[in-house]
Design a binder for this molecule. Structure first.
Ligand code: RP5
Length: 176
């Protein structure tokens, strides 16, 4: 095993089942960056590199990674296999592609046996995967919690601003 050195442990592990998943996972990195959350990433396949997966699970637990996002397509065993080996919260991000376009990945991530929980996201819901990870970090990080609060408030304002179009179209808009 390679020496991991004295680098500070990042908060989030973002694990991709394949390098080909990167375009669909990009929003995870962008969202974590927006919040200044620290993360590390790797390509680890539950089926093709199972030993590396076990090694990563052990390393993440030992170093104190706080939450893991596992993103994979097809028969997406990655998040579940990680969850089987750690007590860290694991977020499963099923990815589209293949003959049934992500339904296989969605079911593989969602239908975990009792005792091995994975927080299953929607297909390609990369932004939500990051936001859920941030909410977990926000439990013990006041800066992130406050930034999440602001983001939620801004989202409400954005909806209101966009809804103006109904009034502009002369429609009878209900007001609270
Ligand atoms: C899954 O198989 C990966 O997560 C990816 O979505 C899919 C195809 O992988 P590649 O053949 O492109 O490496 O395990």
């Amino acid at each position: 095993m390679k020496e991991e050195g004295s680098k500070a442990t990042p908060s989030v592990g973002v694990i991709l089942g394949s390098a080909s998943d990167l375009p669909k996972v990009r929003a995870v990195f962008e969202t974590l960056d927006l919040f200044g959350a620290s993360y590390e990433t790797a390509v680890i396949s539950a089926h093709r590199t199972p030993h590396m997966l076990a090694e990563y699970a052990e390393s993440a637990s030992r170093r104190g990674i706080k939450v893991i996002i596992g993103a994979a397509g097809l028969a997406a065993a990655l998040p579940g296999a990680l969850a089987a080996l750690v007590d860290i919260p694991v977020i499963g991000l099923p990815l589209s592609g293949g003959p049934v376009n992500g339904v296989d990945a969605l079911l593989s991530v969602a239908d975990m046996p009792p005792g091995v929980p994975v927080a299953a996201l929607g297909v390609d819901s990369a932004k939500n995967a990051a936001l859920l990870a941030l909410r977990i970090l926000g439990l013990s990080d006041e800066r992130i919690r406050l930034q999440l609060e602001k983001t939620r408030e801004q989202a409400a304002k954005d909806v209101e601003a966009k809804a103006k179009v109904l009034r502009e179209q002369g429609l009878p808009v209900w007001e609270p």
